[in-house]
Design a protein around this ligand. Structure first.
Ligand code: ARG
Length: 461
């Protein structure tokens, strides 16, 4: 008895059914069919150019591969587990379709460089799609910022009220985060952009191949420079999952704030009914499930990152079958981040900003205490001393259930003779915000400058 697999020559028995099932990756790597076919066409063109196959064979191969692509897209193909993975499934379909020429396609190639190529091309394509979704999110953030440049809200540290900012200022912090994520994706794409095809199993080949030609055809900068590394490198996937993890972390922090903001304790925003859910028992509930789920899904992407890192950590060079596990981690991370970005962006574009409540909330909690201290600094007292005086005023206000701006000038003067009538203008919430003209700060002057820069950034997307 022999084995009818593509690699069956040296075997005297058929593969156990359970092994076929355990060993195969077609269940999940079938999503690489487009990349696999594109890579194969480039490879075949190179084989023909180098005189390894004839032009007639090339024609048949290209015809066959395009037909298979069409059939897959029309749902006409059922893949087989016994053909193990997408590479051997397509090769088998091709040979069934065009005969002998199909059997020549795998000259000067191995599944090891083939899978590295397909997975790289997939990473590069998804990288761009994620960038597009991030840009869409930035558009929504920028619109909200422009509409809320004067919407005063409390800024927090330690989740304790700190100093007044604006809603525009607060959410533009997220603009910065997602902008960095785009730049990280671009970096990752640059580094990924080398072509592993032609590395073959691990040691290149004795055929006279032209790796540069294949690399050019597929749009890479250049071929990789070490054939062993080419087939055992998964840094590009790890890097992409790592960038995706950072995006998810940013989305998760944003979600956390949205969840807080739409609780009745804050009541800073209201989510649209279309992006909220109810309770099966409590009739009054309107829950921010979408934001909670985005926050929750961040953890599974961290899991993907740990999974792919751990899978690689002990592998000797070059290819090892463990690496077949790389795909599900990246696929899951990509699917999750794309889904989260899309739904989060839609949700954010429909929120109602409750400016009145943000303002009301800014009026308690002594957000202007630093400004009291700064006022006295301008009168000549060292900051360390004015900090103490302002602290004593806060203590006095707590005892007397007052806000700082509500105490009389006499009361102010009991803490320092240097207080004058102008203190009230100096510590109004508007003044506290508008005086902060620091580059990157909350004043409308500073924000307008930054918003212009953001508009330019998005104009160049
Ligand atoms: N399905 C395999 C993977 O995803 C393809 C490469 C298999 N190579 C091999 N020599 N068994 O990694």
């Amino acid at each position: 008895m022999s084995n009818d697999k593509l690699w069956g020559g040296r075997f005297s028995a058929q593969t156990d059914e359970m092994v076929d099932d355990f060993n195969s990756s077609i269940r999940f790597d079938k999503r690489l069919y487009k990349q696999d076919i594109k890579g194969s066409i480039a490879h075949a063109k190179m084989l023909e150019k180098q005189g390894i196959i004839t032009s007639c064979e090339l024609e048949k191969i290209i015809f066959g591969l395009n037909k298979i692509l069409e059939d897959i897209e029309q749902g006409k193909v059922s893949f087989s587990v016994s053909c193990e993975d997408i590479h051997m499934n397509i090769e088998k379909l091709l040979t069934d379709l065009i005969g002998e020429a199909g059997k020549k396609l795998h000259s000067a190639r191995s599944r090891n460089d083939q899978v590295a190529l397909d997975f790289k091309m997939y990473s590069q394509e998804e990288n761009i799609l994620i960038q597009t979704l991030l840009y869409d999110l930035l558009e929504v953030i920028l619109k909200l910022a422009k509409d809320n440049i004067n919407t005063i809200m409390p800024g927090f540290t330690h989740l304790q009220k700190a100093q007044p900012v604006t809603f525009a200022h607060h959410i533009c912090a997220y603009f910065e985060m997602f902008k960095r994520d785009i730049s990280r994706l671009k970096d990752c794409r640059e580094r990924t952009n080398t072509c592993p095809l032609g590395a073959c199993a691990l040691a290149g080949t004795t055929y006279n191949t032209d790796r540069k030609y294949v690399s050019d055809l597929l749009g890479f900068y250049e071929p990789t420079l070490n054939t062993m590394d080419s087939v055992s490198d998964r840094d590009f996937a790890i890097e992409l999952v790592s960038v995706i993890s950072t995006i998810m972390m940013h989305l998760s922090r944003f979600s956390e704030e949205i969840i807080l903001w739409c609780s009745k304790e804050y009541d800073y925003i209201e989510l649209d009914d279309k992006f909220s859910t109810g309770s099966s028992i409590m009739p009054q509930k309107k829950n921010p499930d979408i934001a909670e789920l985005v926050r929750g899904k961040c953890s599974r992407v961290y899991g993907d990152l740990m999974g792919i890192l751990t899978m690689m950590k002990g592998l000797p060079l070059a290819y090892n079958k463990d690496m077949q596990e790389d795909k599900e981690f990246l696929f899951d991370a990509v699917d999750t981040v794309k889904m989260c970005l899309e739904v989060f962006t839609k949700m954010l574009s429909t929120i109602k900003v409750n400016a009145q409540n943000m303002l009301k909330s800014s009026k308690s909690g002594f957000l202007n205490a630093t400004d009291v201290a700064d006022y006295l600094v301008k009168k000549g007292i060292p900051f360390r001393d004015t900090h103490r005086i302002a602290g004593e005023i806060v203590f006095y206000c707590i005892q007397n259930s007052k806000n700082i701006e509500d105490i009389t000038l006499d009361e102010f003067k009991s803490f320092s003779e240097l207080f004058g009538d102008d203190i009230y203008d100096e510590i109004s919430l508007e003044a506290c915000v508008q005086k902060r003209k620091t580059l990157g700060g909350p004043s409308s002057e500073s924000m307008s400058k930054v918003i212009k820069i953001y508009e330019k950034f998005l104009g160049e997307r």
